[in-house]
Design a protein around this ligand. Structure first.
Ligand SMILES: Cc1ncc(COP(=O)(O)O)c(C=O)c1O
Length: 315
């Protein structure tokens, strides 16, 4: 596979050990020549956005994570906002989440006018502790938002049990965890909604981008409307049907992912398993080769098949 990976670096010898002459980059994506040509094909087509690449990418992504529906967004943050809205968060309601995450996890609660309530993490996994969450559930709670921190899935069964008992929605922030598995099920179809990011440091990139997966047709429809101004149909379906009438049925946003990005996403999805193996191999070589200890997470047994290469990124 041809890639856009950057150039080799001079290695200076210090104390007998080869050392790079530049700092490690913030991130480095791997994009095949075939992907570049596919994106160029979209640039030459009629549909730069709201075109055919969007359902193509969404359906392929849903199949990869074994979910019934996948709804693309312009970023992981926008996808979290959509999920928070679809869960019914609004002023006067609360969502319980972890303090140990990227800012967007809690910000999405504030965007809806609801209040974030932080519960502590388990020192064993650094993931949200279900016992701590249980103690914070009140009549105002509407959603639980665990994060699969550094690629390790949270204790999803415990959160789903709490959600069943109290009539709540679980929004799983899986922005670190595409390709990870929880008890032999791939992350993406377990929680009521699962959110992914396609920022360039993630496992699959579309430049910027995000996705919500769900098995609930009603949630999927709300998510589609929310990312398209709250409008009941999109431009391509109106062109296909010849029906130009539409209604704005809720207050939404322009959070659409473009066809250009979706074409790249489809190609990245084809290469995902190979890229995940490469990340795991890099993690293993850091662990084996570094004299200093990396920050590592003692993993419960459901974590065996995860995308733990994020450990390097987070350390
Ligand atoms: C845990 C987590 N949630 C949400 C996001 C937001 O994703 P995006 O950068 O695609 O908006 C990130 C991004 O790094 C993240 O790490």
């Amino acid at each position: 596979m041809a890639t856009c990976e950057t150039t080799s670096h001079e290695l200076a010898i210090h104390g007998g050990v080869p050392v790079r002459d530049t700092l490690l980059p913030y991130g480095r994506q791997s994009i095949s020549e075939e992907s570049i040509q596919t994106v160029v094909g979209v640039l030459r087509s009629d549909w730069l956005t709201t075109g055919p690449k969007i359902p193509e990418f969404e359906q392929a992504f849903a199949k990869y994570v074994a979910a019934d529906y996948a709804v693309s967004f312009s970023s992981g943050t926008a996808a979290l906002h959509g999920a928070a809205f679809a869960a019914g968060l609004e002023s006067g309601k609360e969502a319980i989440t972890t303090p140990l995450t990227f800012a967007a996890t809690a910000n999405c609660i504030l965007y809806t006018g609801a209040t974030p309530v932080f519960a502590d993490v388990s020192p064993r996994t650094l993931n949200l502790d279900p016992g701590e969450v249980a103690g914070r559930i009140s009549s105002r709670t509407r959603a639980l938002i665990p994060v699969d921190y550094a690629g390790h899935p949270a204790e999803l069964e415990a959160f789903l049990e709490l959600a069943d008992k109290h009539g709540l929605i679980v929004i799983e922030d899986a922005c670190h965890a595409l390709g990870a598995a929880y008890k032999n099920r791939r992350i993406g179809s377990i929680s009521h909604m699962t959110v992914f990011s396609f920022h360039p440091v993630k496992h699959l990139t579309t430049g910027e981008g995000g996705m919500v997966t769900t098995n609930d047709a009603g949630l999927a429809e709300t998510l589609r409307r929310f990312r398209n101004h709250g409008i009941s149909s999109d431009a391509r379906s109106r062109q296909a049907s010849g029906q130009w009438f539409y209604e704005m049925v809720l207050l939404g946003f322009n959070y659409r992912l473009t066809d250009i990005a979706c074409a790249l996403g489809l190609q990245q999805l084809n290469n995902l398993d190979g890229n995940l193996s490469r990340r795991r191999a890099i993690t293993a070589s850091y662990k084996a080769g570094l004299a200093i200890a990396l920050m590592t997470f003692p993993a419960p047994n459901w974590h065996t098949n995860n995308s733990s290469a994020f450990q390097c990124f987070m350390a």
